[in-house]
Design a protein around this ligand. Structure first.
Ligand code: EPU
Length: 295
């Protein structure tokens, strides 16, 4: 970490499900709390903006050199699951959702089946209150342990998160581990529910393609996918980025898309809905711009 003038050799496209993203000023994958604290303090001393990455599944990072540090919560020190009460699990923030769901299925713990087929890590899912089929992960949240921007460990109670549709009040805190409250249930029944949700998802979403999930939040009036579909956006392509032919609220990287391709397509999608319906679509994917200051 001595030479921060040169960008990291890591390109974020290696880690994002959209397969887009350039080189942050610093890329760190801390092995545990003490390394995470050390990296945060180092960035703070150098006035380096910090971005946190989990599964990279809801992320559009610009190509080229990025003016911030990326801390990737994915090392084994943050990927673990422990029972702490008959129906409560404590889970490291870097644990991927499919692994957590497999654990729940085997342990006979119900409550997260709706996440079957959803990529990403527990930390990312909590930060964005990931949801599907009318349920969201925040409903199962009991408490978390996070680091604030100075690297101090803090406990976050359920009412400190204020979960909303695809967001919460986490602010600049970084979730390191969380407890989820589940309900005992027959493993066979859990397994059937998961299979059913995963099959439903595979029917309506382009799960086999490189994407960052739904591009826009659903406005209260109508689903963004439906509006974009009615605007004729399915199959619209710019460079290597294409609006999914299956679901118009997904952009797929079909042939080495650049972030510019994706951003131009996003602008077109927004324009189409604005012109036809007078509505302003709000991004659901997080955009890490190479020009903006860290949010
Ligand atoms: N629709 C169309 N054309 C399309 C896409 C959708 O007419 O191209 C219609 C569908 O037929 C349906 C309605 O729009 O009547 C809603 O579509 P869908 O059931 O696919 O759900 P969605 O509202 O597009 C939301 C979440 C998804 C989540 C699903 C399942 C948002 C932005 N999206 O999608 O979450 O998996 O419900 O519950 O809230 C994500 O967050 O990345 C994501 C994929």
């Amino acid at each position: 970490m001595n030479d921060l003038e040169r960008h990291s050799i890591v390109r974020l496209k290696q880690y994002t499900t959209l397969r887009v993203g350039g080189r942050p000023l610093l890329y760190a994958r801390p092995r545990g709390y003490s390394e995470l604290t050390a990296v945060l303090r180092c960035c703070r001393e150098r006035h380096l903006p910090v971005r946190i990455m989990g599964g990279g599944s809801n992320l559009l990072a610009d190509d080229g050199d990025l003016p911030f540090a990326v801390i990737h919560i994915r090392s084994p020190g943050f990927c673990w699951i422990r029972p702490v009460a008959p129906a409560t699990v404590r889970v490291g923030a870097g644990t991927v959702l499919p692994r957590l769901l497999a654990y729940c299925r085997e342990a006979g713990l119900s409550g997260l089946e709706f996440l079957a087929g959803v990529p990403g890590t527990v930390g990312g899912a909590l930060a964005g209150n990931a949801g599907a089929w009318g349920a969201a992960i925040g409903e199962r949240f009991a408490r978390a342990w996070a680091l604030d921007e100075t690297g101090n460990k803090v406990e976050v109670a359920a009412d400190g998160m204020a979960f909303r549709y695809r967001s919460c009040d986490l602010g600049r805190r970084i979730i390191a581990e969380a407890e989820l409250e589940l309900a005992p249930c027959d493993p066979e029944l859990i397994s059937q529910r998961m299979a059913c949700f995963a099959a439903r998802k595979a029917q309506v979403h382009p799960t086999a393609s490189a994407s960052a999930g739904c591009v826009f939040k659903n406005p209260p009036e109508a689903p963004a996918g439906k509006l974009l579909d009615l605007c004729g956006m399915k199959g619209r392509r710019i460079g290597g980025a294409e609006v999914s032919r299956l679901h118009a609220n997904f952009i797929c990287n079909v042939a080495g898309a650049t972030s510019q391709d994706v951003l131009e397509l996003i602008a077109e999608m927004r324009d189409a809905v604005r012109r036809n319906y007078g509505m302003e679509l709000e991004l659901e994917v997080r955009h890490w711009s190479s020009t903006q200051e860290a949010a």
